[in-house]
Design a protein around this ligand. Structure first.
Ligand SMILES: [Cu+2]
Length: 115
């Protein structure tokens, strides 16, 4: 039987491990940065690892808001001017996945290429 002191130490250790785990997962997740500027996205082609969750981080340097959107998988990310936000994409099979800016559909276009 554990003494109370060692019991609470192991509970604390477990709590610390549970708290640490998501931070490690976040740090390990590949992150791709995109900038919206002059109503376009840079870069326009983003190579991502296939079958791997990844984070998209979007910084909006347009004068107005932008909405980053993909149809497959369906994702929307609305970002106000001067703001950076991120969203997580599910694992993608190898292929090309277009994205566009819903507020500037004629100019803000690009694609993820999963390899
Ligand atoms: Cu939308």
């Amino acid at each position: 039987m554990m003494k109370p002191a060692s019991l609470s130490a192991s509970v604390l250790g477990l709590a610390a491990a549970l708290l640490a785990a998501p931070a490690v997962a976040r740090a390990d997740m590949p992150t791709f940065e995109v900038v919206a500027e002059n109503d376009r996205f840079t870069p326009e082609t983003i190579e991502v690892p296939a079958n791997t969750r990844f984070r998209l981080q979007l910084t909006n340097r347009n004068v107005g808001p932008e909405e980053f959107e993909t149809s497959t998988p369906f994702k929307e990310l609305v970002v106000g001017p001067g703001v950076t936000r991120s969203t997580i994409f599910p694992p993608l099979k190898p292929g090309s996945y277009p994205f566009f800016g819903e507020f500037h559909p004629d100019t803000a276009k690009g694609r993820f290429v999963a390899k």
